[in-house]
Design a protein around this ligand. Structure first.
Ligand code: ADP
Ligand code: MG
Length: 309
């Protein structure tokens, strides 16, 4: 069955009667007009991010549409988490080979399942025919001047990561690849405590180099400290899990720099969220990312994902 464009939008994405629990805060005008009208809280900065995921590139052809809907939002939530911003509104540009109602149903379920969990309102979008591509823009807000940035850390600051690394790379069935859990609450808690933050989307070895560069410092990472999940340790040798933790990407954990005297505060925030926070190294004067394993220099395989390399 092929639906018309308007019918498709109305049926799957327009939700004038959302549950009363959903706040739709700041939405002056949502789907249905030529543009949405939004209002950030007084004294807030607007945080904007966008990500495109393409079939065959970011997810295998034939992936479950529910996971695609979830991922499209999750990767953007992860970016706002890394800024310490509160997510609020999304727009969705959807390119579909066909208007398949069953597919759209599952896609919307994945998207809105996560959107409702974070009170994100879908306020507009665009729908076109073509190879399956999903572009989602996420907007949020943060008290003026308070956003966490990649830069701003100092030599001597510790490097720490949330959660565990390498699970997505392992493609293990923890749902970590298909259903990443963005660290939104931790990002909010880290605001004003961490000195700098970024989310890990392309693998720690490449992302640590970007982080170091943004701070004009050198990142020194002790590979034996990397948090590897029990499940991953149980199924592959340590060297394999290390490679995935360093190079595979798609973990969507946060990498933060924190002054040593504030680590306890940050650890407390992680504990309250039931989230692991592991110190993996520190920033020192210099440039670049350096890795050691049990005291010896260690060269990670590859250097992170790059679409044009
Ligand atoms: P326009 O031609 O003015 O851009 P459209 O006819 O494309 O508007 O879309 C009608 C309304 O539906 C707009 O408010 C638009 O933002 C919204 N919309 C279109 N596609 C989507 C989508 N995939 N998800 C959410 N909203 C959408
Ligand atoms: Mg218009």
């Amino acid at each position: 069955m092929d639906l018309g464009e308007f019918e498709l939008i109305r049926r799957f994405f327009w939700r004038p009667s959302r549950s009363p629990a959903a706040s739709d805060e700041g939405v002056l005008l949502g789907i249905g007009d030529d543009a949405a009208l939004l209002r950030v809280p007084a004294g807030a900065d607007l945080a904007a991010t966008v990500d495109t995921i393409v079939e065959g590139r970011h997810f295998p052809a034939g992936s479950d549409a529910r996971s695609i809907g979830h991922r499209a939002l999750a990767v953007n939530l992860s970016d706002l988490a890394a800024m310490g911003a509160t997510p609020a509104w999304a727009t969705l540009a959807l390119t579909l080979p066909e208007a398949d109602a069953a597919w759209l149903e599952r896609f919307a379920a994945g998207l809105f399942g996560l959107a409702d969990a974070y009170d994100v309102a879908l306020v507009g979008g665009d729908t076109t025919r073509g190879p399956l591509t999903i572009t989602l823009q996420l907007l949020g807000h943060v008290p003026a001047g308070a956003a966490l940035r990649r830069g701003g850390a100092r030599a001597g600051d510790l490097l720490a990561v949330t959660g565990t690394l390498g699970d997505a790379g392992a493609g293990l069935a923890f749902g970590r690849f298909e259903y990443p859990a963005p660290r939104v609450e931790f990002g909010l808690a880290a605001r004003g405590v961490a000195a700098a933050a970024m989310d890990l989307s392309d693998g720690l070895s490449g992302d640590a180099a970007k982080f170091a560069e943004a701070n004009q410092l050198a990142a020194h990472i002790e590979v034996e400290r990397l948090p590897i999940s029990r499940a991953l340790r149980d199924v592959v040798p340590a060297s394999q899990s290390r490679d995935w933790a360093l190079g595979a990407g798609d973990d969507y954990e946060l990498l933060v720099a924190v002054a040593p005297q504030r680590l306890g505060e940050l650890q407390g925030a992680a504990d309250r969220l039931g989230l692991a926070l592991t110190t993996i190294g520190e920033l020192r004067p210099g440039r670049g990312a350096f890795f050691s394993l049990d005291g010896r220099n260690f060269a990670p395989k590859g250097s992170g994902f790059d679409h044009f390399r």
